[in-house]
Ligand binder design. Structure first.
Ligand code: AHR
Length: 320
């Protein structure tokens, strides 16, 4: 019998089990989006490592960027009677039915790194960054650095309909709103991937007089920024100086680019969403304590002043 069933059946008895004993008994399903970015790969590695550390049996399902695969995986986890489900939702909408099924089966669901447009009763907690703030941090960095200079920005958006794409755009627009010299000239999705980031940036460069009209690229993640850097170099321009590069995630490759003078700023997103998720779950299963609905991770800005070589070295073995 699962820990959760014991909790439900023997309220007041099962809750006396220690957290460690419970963790060792747990089976948790994890519906991961895919492997679109270095950050995503790191989140997957960290989640597996955190589960192993706690003796949790983690059932992993890679959805290859498709919501329908995530829904199938979640239904599979429900059928298996897992104790809890982690899901990184690829897009914001379309989750009510399947999350309702998990709720009916009394299986707590924890959202990782992205949000959903659904009733908050359908999940136990959401572990994510403040994605609007990430966009603001990036936008503030740009306005502070270009000062009064006119600056045409091209924007590489994340996956259409995903909360980081929606919110990072919103935050950046908020930050530049009072700076009439800074404007977004072009904006298109690069789907959070390096290859699409490069392809879309090539189009922007062509459309903007060989890139001469572009002052900065704002990418919703580092992988798209790395793709854009390649496109800028291929066009005979210098990323980091001819075209400023600001992005989000803080993956090792962006620090390598920064150390080479080819990237200017990134906003860190921790890949460790699973640690706080498993802690919240353990406390909930131990004594029924509901965690806060939103557990917000930090959004720290890194620039070339922050020892990019050292940051690269410190991160390169962490599964990115
Ligand atoms: O949801 C988090 C975002 O998803 C990361 O910033 C991006 O790299 C990933 O694909």
């Amino acid at each position: 019998m699962s820990v959760l069933s014991r909790l439900a059946l023997g309220a007041g008895v099962s809750i006396l089990l220690s957290t460690t004993a419970m963790a060792a008994d747990l089976t948790v399903g994890f519906s991961q989006i895919g492997s679109e970015s270095g950050w995503r790969a790191a989140e997957t590695s960290v989640t597996k490592a955190e589960a192993e550390k706690r003796g949790i049996d983690l059932k992993f399902a890679d959805a290859q960027q498709k919501q329908e695969n995530q829904i199938k995986a979640i239904r599979g986890f429900i059928a298996q009677g897992v104790d809890a489900i982690l899901v990184a939702p690829v897009v914001a909408t379309g989750w009510e039915a399947v999350l309702g099924e998990a709720k009916d089966a009394k299986i707590p669901v924890i959202l990782l790194d992205r949000g959903v447009d659904a009733s908050q009763d359908l999940y136990l907690t959401s572990i994510a960054s403040d994605q609007v703030e990430e966009g603001r941090v990036a936008g503030r960095w740009l306005t502070e650095n270009v000062k009064d200079k006119d600056c045409k920005v091209v924007e590489l958006q994340g996956t259409v309909g995903s909360t980081p794409a929606i919110n990072r755009k919103k935050g950046f627009e908020e930050a530049i709103a009072d700076h009439k010299n800074v404007s977004i000239a072009r904006s298109q999705t690069g789907d959070f991937t390096r290859s699409k980031g490069k392809e879309v940036m090539e189009g922007f460069i062509k459309a903007e007089n060989g890139g001469k009209g572009i002052c900065a690229v704002y990418a919703h993640n580092d992988d798209m920024a790395v793709g854009a850097i390649q496109a800028i170099k291929d066009a005979g321009l210098k990323p980091g100086s001819d075209i400023l590069v600001v992005s989000i995630d803080a993956v090792p490759d962006i620090f390598a680019a920064m150390a080479a003078g080819e990237a200017n700023a990134t906003v860190e997103l921790t890949p460790n969403m699973a640690g706080p998720a498993f802690d919240a779950l353990a406390a909930y299963l131990k004594d029924g304590k509901e965690p806060p609905k939103f557990i917000i991770t930090e959004s720290k800005l890194y620039t070339p002043a922050d020892n990019p070589k050292g940051e690269y070295e410190a991160r390169k073995g962490l599964g990115y």
